[in-house]
Design a protein around this ligand. Structure first.
Ligand SMILES: *Cc1c(COP(=O)(O)O)cnc(C)c1O
Length: 361
């Protein structure tokens, strides 16, 4: 798994002060061990350093640990050839984090604080050598194996036991280096009977509780030999919604690129929105609408999923009720590859950032 917990030494911790109406901010620096020093350690010592960085005195019993009232973000910062580092569309993450906290009836974290803290977080860890250096070899496969910094902001409740909503939440930002997310022998997806999100529920915000069903369904899919799981809508049980942690696109025989329209059961992915813009920029007709599994079975010629962790990942087939529907002879489709090349190129700075999506740290 690409997501190990090789935590960076510096984390950001803020807490809302309800009496003052302000956020108390602090930096938590577990140690000053540089990446070079860490790499020279033996495995057991290094593991202890990483574990120590993940220890911070926070209340054990609270709305997050007891009732899953927590939310998070996932952003990446990308090293460029010229030595600079940029975060991809962090203003969108800041807005979504604000919406998620509001959606949980917690005092939302201001977007300007989010952006300032994210940039400062990267600067402080970069000083200790924790940002991967740009490697020209990454260009050979369009950055498929490239490294990036994964930034994980999250909300964590103050101590509490009775059912309620957080009034003095913590916001923490931590990070680690990641490479590609999906690893495995195949890129098959399977439709699950489980329901990820229901109308009037929380599917539209990035909250912890959404991941319970997702994790179970993903585990079942993996045990059955699939890479990813796809959810159908809760009401009609036939419209495609999304993957376990990624949005989904279908290219039809007609040339149209379809992705399920957003509502209160689909997570508004920033990669999704970027892929739509890129495809439209390439002259592709993109439609956000309902698409049934029956229509996919009949008309789809290419499928891919999108997310910060997944990038643009091709799906070779979808299995539904025991029957496998194969796309493009199991080969990655051309459109997904083109979108991926433009997206990754923009993120790593090899393609001009014509839409102003990168924020330089
Ligand atoms: C985070 C997430 C995505 C992808 O969103 P990005 O902003 O593109 O990373 C898609 N679906 C779910 C359920 C998610 O939690």
């Amino acid at each position: 798994m690409a997501f190990n917990l090789a935590m960076y030494p510096v984390s950001y911790v803020a807490q809302f002060n309800p009496a003052a109406g302000t956020w108390d901010e602090q930096w938590f620096q577990a140690d000053s061990i540089t990446l070079a020093e860490l790499s020279a350690m033996d495995d057991a010592k290094r593991a202890e350093v990483y574990a120590q960085r993940n220890r911070f005195p926070l209340p054990l019993v609270n709305y997050t640990t007891q009732y899953a009232l927590g939310c998070f973000e996932g952003m990446k910062a990308y090293p460029h050839k010229d030595g600079s580092l940029s975060i991809f569309r962090p203003d969108r993450n800041a807005k979504r984090f604000y919406d998620s906290m509001k959606g949980l009836y917690a005092p939302p974290f201001p977007e300007d604080l989010y952006l300032k803290a994210s940039v400062e977080f990267l600067k402080r860890n970069r000083e200790l050598g924790y940002v991967p250096a740009y490697d020209p070899a990454w260009e050979k496969d369009n950055f498929a194996g490239a490294s990036a910094v994964y930034v994980r902001p999250f909300m964590y409740s103050e101590g509490a036991i009775g059912i309620g909503s957080s009034k003095a939440p913590y916001v923490i930002i931590c990070g680690t280096t990641v490479s590609s997310y999906f690893k495995g022998a195949n890129s098959k997806a399977v439709i699950t009977d489980r329901i990820r999100a229901t109308p009037k529920g929380t599917g539209w915000i990035k909250c912890a509780s959404n991941y319970v069903v997702s994790s179970l369904a993903k585990k079942e899919a993996e045990e059955a030999g699939f890479m990813e799981v796809i959810f159908l809508d809760a009401t009609d049980r036939k419209y495609i919604e999304e993957g376990s942690s990624c949005n989904i696109f279908f290219r039809l025989k007609s040339g149209e690129l379809v992705t399920p329209a957003l509502g209160d059961t689909i997570l508004p992915g920033i990669t999704r929105s970027s892929a739509i813009d890129i495809a439209r920029g390439e002259g592709v007709k993109v439609t956000e609408r309902k698409i049934s599994i029956q229509e996919v079975a009949k008309k789809c010629v290419e499928c891919f999923v999108t997310g910060t962790a997944a990038g643009v990942t091709p799906i070779e087939s979808v299995t539904w009720k025991g029957k496998e529907y194969v796309f493009n002879g199991r080969k990655p489709g051309e459109l997904g590859a083109k979108i991926q090349a433009i997206l990754k190129g923009t993120q790593y700075g090899s393609v001009e950032d014509s839409r102003g999506w990168n924020l330089t740290v």
